[in-house]
Design a protein around this ligand. Structure first.
Ligand SMILES: Nc1ncnc2c1ncn2[C@@H]1O[C@H](COP(=O)(O)OP(=O)(O)O)[C@@H](O)[C@H]1O
Ligand SMILES: O=C(CO)[C@@H](O)[C@H](O)COP(=O)(O)O
Length: 518
């Protein structure tokens, strides 16, 4: 049996799957938690990856591997390949003003046509501009910029600072793929080239950028080496990466990497999920993890000058128009914690309330919001009366608020030409039966739920198999639930009415004056 491995280094954790190349069957898996926070030292991801690999039984019998990961995170390296400062993650909003500055300098339409997207605080270019403005000494030392999956792939292949790696600080060996490059705001998905003018405008100077590999183009093969990481995140002062629910702060994980494992190009996590699901025309994927995302694989690139839909590339040579929200599964985590219950009980309570939650509406911008672009917004609960303010209605309102934001995202991907025939619901919160049932009430498209699984890691494993053999596998994906269509327009109508009246209502991008480039 030939085995391939796929990794999802996501916001909250690192997940590893090992699969049979021929059938796609899951052979073994492992996971490890990431630190909390929107600023994380990449060493913590490396420690979690090695810990998850160990939990998944190591790589001795694995023929190929690929790493997918959270998009956009800013990993900055100096000339000795040392990480200059903790990475700013996609959900860190401190670069909101930097995004506005870049839009003022280039114009939204120009950025959309050059990079497929109008940047918000999530995008890497805005984080580089923030670094240039807020930490100019650090910015001046930047010799290379990478994304989370690029840096982890490079470390796995044996590169890194001289005293921590077998092959040393060879920045030119950094690689990425089309899907993750398209989330930087300095890569053009139509042309397949970096836009170094935007990079220089953001960072203040040029830098080494990872070589962009095509689908199934190998990053290389591993050399035999020992990879070691200490489970500590001293740079952030936050908890150590650790096997979930196990405190291993201060422990060191060592993994023996054998020679000759083919390393695939990797992917952004959403593109990885599209690969893992085998998404085809008519499929819209709705993922409810830390981020909420709505996306589809399309043959043609998109560019939305309003900034709502990001015009990403996918991991198969096609494109991936995508809407992302900053608040998703954690809305339910917060509400469950507030009510002092677990996720299952939250779901049970929610299903005991009527659609529309008796007028209770949660606009769930707990961490600011990305779509709509309201980085400083806070959450608001509308419609509180003696009758509506019950635990049941609050539980349901939290799920309805989450899903209404994603339904707005579905409308936006439709507006760039996607014609959805079914929704594939994935991500941690999609496991919740109440989320599945209420999704069938909020979306006006049939909702289907694939069997529980790590679809980003599965996509990375499939990419590893594709890279090894040169042929894209077609592994089966079972659907476990198709909640009966039960569309209840009232849910979105009352949400839209509250959003329109809210003080945080967004200014339509079309009405925002955009300065011409200098
Ligand atoms: N049954 C459930 N109901 C609601 N939320 C859940 C459930 N199971 C897991 N989650 C939430 O899903 C999130 C993790 O999902 P995941 O897709 O792995 O996120 P990420 O990829 O961003 O790390 C966590 O916030 C977790 O609390
Ligand atoms: O920013 C985006 C997409 O543009 C997010 O999808 C991140 O890629 C994080 O994903 P999760 O860790 O929440 O799955």
């Amino acid at each position: 049996m030939t085995l391939v491995a796929g990794i999802d280094s996501s916001t909250q954790s690192c997940k590893v799957v090992v699969r049979d190349l021929a059938s796609g069957a899951l052979v073994r898996e492992g996971r490890a938690a990431h630190p909390e926070g929107t600023e994380v030292h990449p060493d913590a991801w490396w420690a979690a990856l090695l810990s998850a690999l160990t939990a998944a039984g190591g790589l001795d019998d694995v023929a190929a591997i690929s790493i997918a990961g959270q998009q956009h995170g800013m990993v900055v390296l100096d000339a000795d390949a040392r990480v200059i400062r903790p990475a700013l993650l996609w959900n860190d909003t401190r670069s909101a003003q930097a995004a506005r500055d870049l839009i003022d300098e280039f114009g939204a339409a120009d950025l959309a046509s050059r990079t497929g997207s109008v940047p918000v605080a999530s995008f890497t270019a805005t984080k580089l501009r923030w670094l240039r403005d807020a930490e100019p000494d650090a910015a001046a030392r930047v010799a290379a910029v990478a994304l989370p999956h690029d840096w982890l792939t490079w470390r796995l292949r044996g590169y890194g600072p001289a005293d921590e790696s077998e092959l040393g600080p060879v920045l030119e060996e950094l690689v990425t793929d089309r899907s993750d490059a398209s989330g930087t705001s300095y890569w053009n998905p139509r042309a397949g080239t970096y836009d170094r003018d935007i990079l220089v405008a953001a960072l203040g100077h040029d830098a080494v950028l990872p070589r962009v590999l095509g689908p199934a183009e190998p990053a290389g093969t591993t050399i035999a080496h020992t990879a070691t990481a200490a489970a500590t995140t001293a740079a952030t002062g936050r908890p150590a990466a650790a096997a979930e629910s196990t405190d291993v702060a201060g422990t060191t994980t060592t993994v023996t990497i054998p020679a000759g494992i083919v390393v695939g190009p990797g992917a952004g996590d959403n593109a990885g999920a599209a690969l893992g699901l085998g998404a085809t025309e008519g499929d819209v994927i709705v993922s409810i993890g830390t981020s909420g995302t709505v996306f589809a694989v399309t043959g043609a690139p998109s560019s939305d000058a309003t900034g709502t839909v990001a015009g990403f590339a996918d991991a198969s040579g096609a494109f991936l128009p995508l809407v992302a929200t900053l608040n998703a599964a954690r809305i339910l985590d917060s509400t469950a914690a507030l009510l002092g219950i677990d996720h299952d009980t939250l779901g049970t309570l929610a299903l005991a309330a009527e659609p529309g939650s008796h007028g209770l509406v949660l606009q769930p911008y707990f961490e600011g919001e990305r779509t709509p672009n309201l980085p400083d917004a806070t959450a608001t609960l509308f419609g509180m009366t003696m009758a509506s303010t019950t635990r049941e209605n609050l539980a349901r309102a939290s799920i309805e608020g989450l899903l209404c934001g994603l339904a707005d995202g579905l409308d936006a991907v439709r507006a760039v030409g996607v014609e959805p025939r079914r929704i594939l619901l994935i991500g941690g919160a999609a496991l919740n039966p109440a989320v599945q049932q209420i999704a069938a009430q909020v979306f006006d498209v049939a909702v289907t739920v694939p069997e529980p699984g790590e679809y980003v890691a599965n996509g990375a494993a499939l990419q590893a198999a594709w890279t090894l053999t040169g042929t894209r596998p077609s592994w089966p994906v079972s659907l476990v639930a198709s909640p009966a269509a039960d569309h209840r327009p009232i849910i979105r109508e009352q949400y839209a009415a509250r959003a329109a009246a809210a003080p945080t209502a967004p200014t339509p991008a079309a009405l925002t004056p955009i300065a011409s480039p200098a």
